[in-house]
Design a binder for this molecule. Structure first.
Ligand code: ADP
Length: 378
């Protein structure tokens, strides 16, 4: 650390080292320029570099594009404005291993002053590690189930309409029966029967109400919460989650994100679900391909929309499936459910956008979708 010249005393350095040796998460300390001051033993294992190889170098070497090119800017922007985008907040993003592969991480950054100098400490958890992966995937799956409900809504509504018919028909016939009993000169017995029929009718009406309430509960879970969101952030997180478990396939990820098309007005979880579905499909299609490149592009689109493109160099779409690709239960995978793309379409269309697929000229597939931009562009 002294070589890096941050001027810590021997005592605090020894203290820091003892912490570094024991923290279970990887820990990387950098100075205000982004120069690596220390690199914990876990970080060495996680990134495949020894501390002596990274100390004194810029931390962006541990990031894939586009963060690699942008990190200096992020840092100086924070030093200039004090505006916190990550410090004390934490986020899911992607890291670069020595061997060139990328892996998903959860990064939290703290800030401290050492005399005149400021240092930043990053704690990093590798989400591709089994346990973390499982946790994250569970979260994701429960969210997926949630979103899945939205696309099932049509089917559910028709089955509920059918279910509703029963109690309503019963109410009608009990009321009819009661009226007939009351119409003739009713005996005490008739009156008792009429009362019973009306009780039954009330009970059936309550049942119908419960069915309607069930439908409403179901729909309210699928309700959208739209906000202005940064597409870059959504994509980074979705990419990290989508790539979970695919490290061994050596996927090369490229991003071409237009800063002019960054702000979108969307339900974050739902649009991340679309992205994760498309990224997972892209990876599935590339597993045996000679070239495995995933490209994520954003650009402004007409009518105040933003277009997102998820491209792969995989097998391309099976022509037999192409016409019904976005229909539910269409799959070419042994363990596939075939609902991913139908969910994507439901979500995108609920946002007022459109989703479509195009073959790539040199093989592979490009899925395009549009979502509303955050603010009207000039
Ligand atoms: P699942 O992935 O469970 O099969 P999806 O609805 O997500 O369900 O996808 C349906 C089918 O569309 C897949 O089984 C696959 O045949 C095809 N498909 C989707 N994305 C791609 C892609 N990027 N490249 C090639 N085929 C794809």
């Amino acid at each position: 650390m002294d070589q890096a010249g941050n001027g810590t005393s021997e005592h605090s350095e020894a203290h820091l080292r003892s912490i570094l040796a024991t923290v279970p998460d990887a820990m990387i300390v950098i100075d205000e320029q982004g120069t690596i001051l220390s690199f914990s033993a876990t970080a060495e294992r996680m990134f495949g570099f020894g501390e002596d190889e990274v100390a004194g170098r810029n931390v962006k070497m541990l990031m894939p594009s586009p963060d690699r090119e942008r990190h200096d800017g992020y840092l100086s922007n924070y030093l200039d404005t004090g505006q916190r985008k990550i410090i004390g907040i934490g986020r899911v993003t992607t890291a670069l291993h020595r061997d060139g592969s990328t892996f998903p991480i959860e990064l939290s950054v703290g800030e401290a002053w050492l005399g005149e100098h400021r240092i930043f400490t990053g704690f990093i958890r590798d989400l591709s590690e089994r346990q973390q992966t499982l946790l994250r995937l569970q979260d994701l799956q429960s969210e997926l189930a949630h979103v899945g409900r939205v696309s099932e809504m049509g089917t559910l509504a028709s089955s509920l309409a059918h279910e509703l018919n029963q109690p309503l028909t019963a109410v009608a016939s009990y009321c009819e029966g009661a009226r007939e009993l009351l119409d003739r000169n009713p005996t005490d017995e008739d009156l008792a029967m009429a009362r019973e029929a009306l009780d039954e009718a009330a009970e059936q009406a309550v049942r119908a109400g419960q069915i309607v309430r069930r439908l409403r509960d179901f729909m309210s879970h699928g309700e959208m919460e739209r906000r202005a969101e940064s597409l870059q952030r959504l994509i980074n997180e979705a990419n990290a989650l989508g790539l979970v478990g695919s490290r061994e396939h050596g996927i090369d990820v490229q991003m071409a994100l237009d800063p002019l098309a960054d702000e979108v007005f969307v339900d974050r979880i739902q649009i991340q679900q679309v992205l994760v579905n498309l990224i997972r499909n892209a990876i599935d299609a590339m597993i045996d391909a000679p070239q495995r490149c995933l490209k994520l592009t954003t650009r402004p689109a007409p009518k105040n929309l933003v277009e997102v493109i998820v491209e792969d160099t995989g097998t391309g779409i099976d022509p037999a499936l192409a016409p019904q690709l976005f229909q539910p239960f269409v799959t070419s995978k042994q363990n596939g459910m075939g609902i991913g793309l139908s969910i994507c379409r439901t979500i995108v269309e609920a946002h007022g956008g459109r989703i479509w697929v195009e073959p790539r000229a040199d093989g592979g597939t490009a899925f395009h979708f549009t979502v509303p931009a955050g603010e009207p562009r000039q």
